[in-house]
Design a protein around this ligand. Structure first.
Ligand SMILES: Cc1cc2nc3c(=O)[nH]c(=O)nc-3n(C[C@H](O)[C@H](O)[C@H](O)COP(=O)(O)O)c2cc1C
Length: 162
């Protein structure tokens, strides 16, 4: 198994399976989406899985299920303030809002699994406008919320499908 930053990925031909991960930064990180778009032909013949880390995922009752198996860290999920209707911030953090652009990076590709992990927030690393967004819209709180057991469980579950 090789672990690479996007900028260090070499020739993909050697791999049967590829797991692509990135944080939610105004949606799934643009680098991940660009990587998938640019390599979509090479990725087409491979077993694929995606993961994202985030700080908020709002439960949407109108969510339509699609056929891709989703693994969502329960610690990441929050209920909307009002049952049955989402405010503008909540609409920004639904599974649909996250997943659609992830899959649209290359609509022909079908990952065998998509995971959403709870992430971490260190405000000292951020610019002021990023702080405004992540506190005001995402409503994240500083801290490290990564659940390594959940992450390991997902990794193990992948070995059954890729
Ligand atoms: C500018 C910015 C935008 C973000 N956008 C979202 C978002 O839309 N939804 C979300 O749940 N988390 C969002 N986050 C939180 C990150 O996904 C989270 O902090 C993640 O753990 C960052 O990964 P890293 O620690 O590997 O950089 C955002 C963070 C920043 C700084």
């Amino acid at each position: 198994m090789d672990i690479r930053k996007f900028s260090e990925v070499g020739i993909l031909d050697h791999y049967d399976s590829v797991v692509i991960g990135a944080p939610m930064i105004f949606g799934w990180h643009a680098v991940a989406r660009r990587f998938i778009r640019r390599n979509r032909k090479l990725l087409a013949g491979k077993n694929l899985a995606y993961f994202a880390c985030a700080l908020r995922l709002t439960k949407d009752q109108k969510e339509t299920t699609n056929s891709i198996p989703l693994f969502i860290d329960p610690g990441l999920v929050s209920q909307p303030q009002k049952t049955g209707s989402l405010n503008i911030k909540e609409r920004f953090t639904t599974i649909g809002h996250y997943l659609t652009p992830m899959l649209n990076s290359a609509p022909d590709l079908k990952p065998v699994s998509v995971a959403f992990f709870n992430g971490k927030l260190d405000l000292r690393r951020l610019k002021w406008w990023q702080v405004l967004f992540v506190l005001g819209v995402v409503q994240g709180k500083p801290g490290d919320y990564r659940d390594w057991d959940f992450i390991k469980r997902w990794s193990r579950s992948l070995s059954q499908v890729i």
